[in-house]
Ligand binder design. Structure first.
Ligand SMILES: Nc1nc2c(ncn2[C@@H]2O[C@H](COP(=O)(O)OP(=O)(O)OP(=O)(O)O)[C@@H](O)[C@H]2O)c(=O)[nH]1
Length: 273
């Protein structure tokens, strides 16, 4: 038996489903598990079968997939007599999954720039840190701070300031050298770039590219003078061979280097040791 709503889940007419084995509509990743569930139950039919709810993927008749929660249980023999009857309950998870992944995206993204937020940065750095250390590879971190940004806000307003940060964020993102590099907004007008597998020399090349791209950004689209330019100061720190004990220590070293780049005159790159 199948009710009309469940038939809709399978994407087929009620009549077309009667007589078919329901678990053939499961993604192969789950199918065996349910076949075994019944094989095992047949060996010990006196034990009540109560399974789930568990997440499954339904292969619908129109070849689309549906994510669902599935519970399977055996009706009491007092109701069914000698021929066993099972009830499978499906709960469509599509909407929840979409909302959940959107919430996950929002929780890890900086709203203004679309880059990773600080929480995401710290989580990713910890993961990349462990991966690089375990495979005897270097890992570099660049901290980037916009120069004289208070002045920018004072001169051109906070709204333009926001748009400037968006432009800078996009520029930094374009300079990322690999898929596992990450650009993040570290704080107000401060950004960070994680560069797994990169030594200081390569990280400096990335930083120089960022510097050059930002130095050539124009802001006439925001109504600012055609020759107006911005710059950033950058601090680089690299872990290779046990120099730093933790990823926090790497951040501190990049921050110290950034501070030096600022005090040396700004629009500079400084490498921490
Ligand atoms: N528009 C805008 N401004 C921000 C945002 N976050 C931080 N700021 C501004 O960034 C400015 C940072 O100023 P400071 O820390 O004094 O640094 P600075 O003026 O850039 O000077 P240096 O870093 O020393 O070159 C402050 O005016 C903050 O208000 C933001 O999201 N939007």
């Amino acid at each position: 038996m199948i009710n009309p709503l469940a038939a809709k889940f399978f994407g087929a007419a009620h009549e077309a489903l009667i007589g078919q084995k329901w678990f053939y509509f499961l993604h192969e990743r789950y199918r065996e598990q349910y076949e075994y569930l019944f094989i095992n139950w047949k060996k010990t039919p006196d034990l009540a079968l109560n399974h789930g709810p568990k997440e499954v993927l339904l292969n619908r008749a129109d070849s689309t997939w549906m994510e669902a929660d599935l519970s399977v249980s055996c009706l009491p023999t007092s109701l069914t007599g000698t021929s066993p009857l099972f009830v499978g309950v499906l709960h469509n998870l599509t909407k929840h999954k979409t909302e959940y992944s959107e919430l996950r995206r929002l929780a890890s993204t900086d709203h203004l720039t679309g880059l990773a937020n600080r929480h995401n940065l710290e989580k990713t750095l910890e993961k990349s840190w462990l991966e690089c250390l375990n495979s005897d590879q270097a890992i570099s971190l660049i901290l980037i701070d916009v120069d004289y940004f208070k002045l920018f806000n004072d001169q051109f307003g906070h709204v333009n300031g926001d748009k400037c940060l968006q432009k800078i964020a996009k520029t930094i993102e374009h300079c990322l050298p690999a898929n596992d590099s990450l650009a993040a907004r570290y704080g107000g007008e401060e950004f960070a770039v994680i560069l797994p597998r990169l030594h200081a020399v390569s990280a400096e090349i990335v930083a120089k590219d960022i510097q050059q791209q930002i130095n050539t950004l124009t802001f006439s689209d925001l109504g600012l003078p055609a020759d107006f330019r911005v710059s950033v100061s950058q601090g680089i720190a690299t872990e290779f061979g046990g120099q730093f004990r933790t990823s926090e220590a790497l951040i501190c070293a990049a921050d110290t280097a950034l501070y030096r780049a600022k005090s040396d005159g700004r629009n500079r790159i400084s490498i921490g040791h």
